[in-house]
Design a protein around this ligand. Structure first.
Ligand SMILES: [Mg+2]
Length: 196
């Protein structure tokens, strides 16, 4: 099966790294993972303008916390397991341009030959291509992501989606069980009936 995998909050723990950076920078506005109940964090993190929020995200992209980001539990083994089951894997990420080299290097070292291709959506840039468009163009049959919007848009193109449970997607309501299902762990991804 041709499977698209997200990077942040599926393979690496973006939210925890972001929170650590945020809490160190704004100790009086401390937040915990459970507080992150929306995908767009501007209001939750108390930024009054979008510009302030985007500037914070861009500072984070260049931070030490971002560079030292840890894996999500089970992700490293999960990717290797999917590869060993002969699935064709494609990484599709919104990560910023500052991270391209680092991500390429990390994937090459940790998952040698596991990814057929790595796609950067170039979010916020003029040449931005949304994940669902990349999935359709590359004939990807299943996308795994923590972002409900990505899963909705893939379903609209008849592409299956597994939503990876995180605090900001607990209210996600699948359009159809045939197209979108929830997984709570990497073990559930690897053993999902769609992949057998
Ligand atoms: Mg993500």
């Amino acid at each position: 099966m041709r499977i698209g995998l997200d990077y942040d909050d599926l393979i690496v723990d973006y939210a925890r790294a972001l929170l650590k950076y945020y809490n160190d920078r704004y100790p009086k506005r401390r937040k915990q993972l459970k507080h992150l109940e929306a995908y767009n964090l501007q209001t939750i993190l108390d930024f009054s303008t979008r510009e302030q929020y985007l500037s914070f995200l861009s500072d984070f992209e260049r931070s030490r916390e971002r560079k030292k980001i840890k894996a999500i539990k089970g992700a490293n083994q999960g990717v290797l397991d999917l590869h060993s089951k002969s699935h064709e894997l494609f990484l599709i990420t919104d990560s910023g341009i500052e991270l391209y080299d680092r991500i390429n290097e990390r994937l090459r070292l940790r998952f040698p030959n596991c990814f057929s291709k790595i796609f950067f959506t170039r979010l916020y840039l003029e040449s931005y291509t949304p994940k669902d468009e990349i999935c359709e163009r590359e004939n990807i049959e299943l996308m795994c992501d923590d972002n409900p919007e990505v899963i909705y848009k893939c379903a609209a193109r008849n592409i299956k989606g597994l939503i990876f449970s995180r605090p900001w997607n607990i209210n996600f309501d699948p359009i159809s069980q045939d197209l979108t299902q929830r997984v709570d762990s990497w073990e559930e991804i690897v053993n999902h009936s769609w992949l057998s």
